[in-house]
Design a protein around this ligand. Structure first.
Ligand SMILES: [Zn+2]
Length: 682
């Protein structure tokens, strides 16, 4: 395949098939005929750390009988000009190791082990680390693979094994904590240490592979970003017990923190960022997967992103996603900056209908992002990992994720191109073209990001600080001086008030009201102007009292820009309480701002993403209308976009367009929008 070609990959999950029954030729041809260009082939599986070739490092699958299954698949795939990545599972090891070396297994805080069928979770700080590095290098040396994927480099336990306890003592001079209840700073140090262990391990395996085959593309797993381990959320999705893989101590953590994975840190060692955004498993709307890709791209500093996408809900393809959702997912992932990748569980037995649906959408999607183009956005939403991990630990949905994800939902519904940015690696350049930056519930905002935001506001940007922002340090402890106190002209909380079912009342527009509920931080105004008050209700059946008002939304003009403090977590209310009015609230707040590209009466679930190079602008419209409700797409007619400064427009897919000159730009109307389209403007 060409170097710049969109990756269309599938993982053959060989741990779920009998090697004796696996038809290599049929499977490879099946995917090659459907436009896939990359196969991830198991070299080391998760059944019991079994290898699929005669390895000198780890025991081969017991049904191989001396066969080199990996080599046979490799040869067949190469005969069809497919790229081959070796898959190495780095966490689930077999009895050959855990029986001989019981202290190599990863341990929960209470000493228990993580088990899966015949495998046990192994600790990356034990000598199993070298086993994985050796076997990965062995595969790279033996086969001319195009890349290697390291799955599950993680501490999905606690980990409280003897190796971790010793290493933590040596690295930090402290005893490894066995609960998150103690000192916040001590615990934050432990969390930081966990992610550095995972990053070091990933780096070490990568170096071992590149030493023997420098040309490979090396990448690793990163679990569901922008998601939690909440048992209550998952019990809402699945009756009965939840996965035995998540120990109870991790209740309502940021999911990547449970794994000990941080893209920003691990990404330094990778050529490509892998993530696993399964939205129905995580319980989020259809756009969530694309948002995860957008985040991974920002966190990995624009390295390519390959998301392992949702296809089946169980092995054998029971209850897979609908053809419509598979189709839209492809377009949404590409429009958010990702390439395409799915697992095929139980190859040979799996449902195959969906793969045909996928193959039909590949050819046109490869044109959606043209070479050398960059994602262009006028609104940015800042993701603060430290806030999720260290401030909201144990309550991550309530204190962080709901507000973040709901804010993404609100911004999508404003129909202005947006991107996610990452607090911990924000640069001045990230904000150059951004007109509005949303910072939802970033209690642990970093001082560096605060400075960058401040200077952007002074130069004409608009800041929306929503909920608690800049109030806590990187350890999740309360700051004496809040980071944005001067910029916002207010002191936030830390005390919270409860609106019950109250009103947000607009002082300027004859007291227009928006219903709000939940807690919000108290806002002590120093040098800013209150533009909305909050009137809380006293009781369910008593209307809110207009004599007990608190500042709800506050404005301060700074240099050429404006900084707003929005007390209530409007994102959380949009997501959980279906406060659709939050979109109108922000729409009204931004009256007077002019967008270069914006939707005009677009369907509420149409996503707008823009990729530009020097001459051409690609405006992708991704239609998710109806998908989260029914799995079925609602086709939309007359979808219009305003494009400033352009004089020509056409559809990448040859769809019918109406173009009308409006001021310095034009209004482009797609007469009909099915799954997706792309307006090419110049
Ligand atoms: Zn350990």
């Amino acid at each position: 395949m060409e170097q710049n070609e969109l990756i269309r990959a599938v993982t053959l999950e060989l741990s779920q098939v009998s090697p004796r029954k696996f038809d290599i030729k049929e499977t490879v041809n099946y995917f090659a005929d459907r436009g896939f260009n990359t196969l991830m082939v198991f070299a080391v599986g998760y059944l019991y750390g079994e290898t699929y070739y005669p390895s000198a490092v780890m025991a081969p699958h017991e049904e191989l009988d001396g066969r080199d299954l990996f080599g046979e698949i490799f040869a067949e795939a190469k005969s069809r000009n497919l790229r081959v990545f070796a898959y190495v599972n780095s966490f689930f090891g077999g009895a050959e190791f855990y029986e001989k070396y019981p202290d190599w297994t990863a341990r929960w805080a209470d000493g228990r082990e993580t088990t899966q069928v015949r495998a046990k979770g192994m600790c990356l700080n034990s000598p199993y680390r070298e086993v994985i590095a050796r076997v990965s290098a062995e595969v790279c040396a033996r086969y001319e693979v195009d890349g290697l994927y390291l799955d599950e480099p993680s501490l999905q336990s606690w980990c409280a094994c003897s190796y971790c306890k010793t290493k933590y003592r040596n690295d930090s001079g402290r005893e490894l904590p066995l609960s998150s209840e103690g000192d916040r700073k001590d615990f934050a140090v432990f969390l930081e240490w966990r992610s550095s262990c995972v990053a070091d391990f990933v780096g070490e395996v990568g170096r071992a592979c590149k030493k023997v085959r420098p040309s490979i593309t090396y990448f690793a797993q990163h679990a569901f970003p922008l998601a939690s381990t909440s048992h209550s959320l998952h019990k809402h999705l699945f009756w009965g017990t939840t996965s035995g893989r998540t120990p109870p101590q991790f209740e309502d953590w940021y999911r990547p923190s449970f794994y000990g994975q941080d893209i920003r840190r691990v990404g330094d060692h990778l050529d490509m960022i892998g993530i696993e955004p399964w939205r129905r498993f995580a319980g989020y709307p259809a756009w969530w997967q694309g948002a995860c890709v957008n985040y991974a791209r920002a966190s990995g500093r624009n390295k390519p992103v390959l998301p392992l996408m949702e296809y089946p809900h169980f092995p054998w393809g029971l209850g897979r996603l609908s053809d419509d959702e598979l189709h839209v997912n492809c377009a949404d992932v590409v429009a958010n900056g990702g390439d395409l990748w799915w697992p095929m569980y139980a190859p040979g037995a799996a449902d195959k209908g969906g793969w045909d649906a996928l193959s039909k959408v590949f050819s046109e999607l490869s044109e959606l992002r043209q070479p050398n183009s960059t994602c262009s956005a006028e609104i940015a939403i800042l993701v603060s990992r430290n806030s999720a991990e260290r401030f909201a630990l144990g309550k991550v949905n309530e204190l962080y994720l709901d507000d973040l994800l709901g804010t993404i939902q609100i911004v999508r519904e404003l129909h202005v191109p947006y991107k996610l940015l990452v607090d911990e690696n924000l640069t001045v350049d990230d904000l150059v073209d951004v007109k509005v930056i949303f910072v939802p519930s970033a209690a642990c905002l970093s001082p560096r990001a605060a400075e960058i935001i401040k200077s952007r506001v002074e130069q004409g940007g608009v800041l929306i600080a929503q909920g608690l922002v800049g109030t806590h340090d990187e350890f999740g402890q309360l700051r004496a001086t809040q980071l944005l106190e001067e910029l916002l002209g207010v002191r936030l909380g830390p005390e919270l008030k409860h609106a019950r079912l109250g009103y947000l009342i607009d002082r300027a527009n004859s007291g227009n009201r928006v219903l709000v509920r939940d807690e919000f931080p108290t806002i002590v105004v120093n040098s800013a102007e209150v533009i909305y008050d909050i009137a809380p209700s006293r009781d369910l059946f008593v209307p809110p009292s207009l004599s007990d008002l608190s500042p709800g939304v506050v404005r301060r003009r700074v240099g050429k820009g404006v900084a707003y403090t929005v007390g209530p977590s409007l994102g959380r209310l949009r997501l959980r309480y279906e406060l659709f009015e939050a979109v109108n609230f922000y729409h009204d707040l931004f009256t007077g701002l002019s967008w270069d590209i914006s939707g005009i009466d677009l369907g509420s679930q149409v996503g707008l993403h823009v990729w530009r190079n020097e001459t051409i602008c690609h405006i992708a419209l991704i239609n998710q209308q109806g998908i989260s409700d029914s799995g079925r797409l609602a086709r939309l007619s007359n979808q219009s976009v305003f494009v400033n400064g352009a004089s020509r427009a056409s559809s990448l897919r040859g769809s019918a367009l109406d173009v009308e000159k409006v001021g310095a730009g034009m209004r482009v109307t797609l007469r009909e929008l099915a799954h997706w389209d792309c307006i090419v403007a110049s």
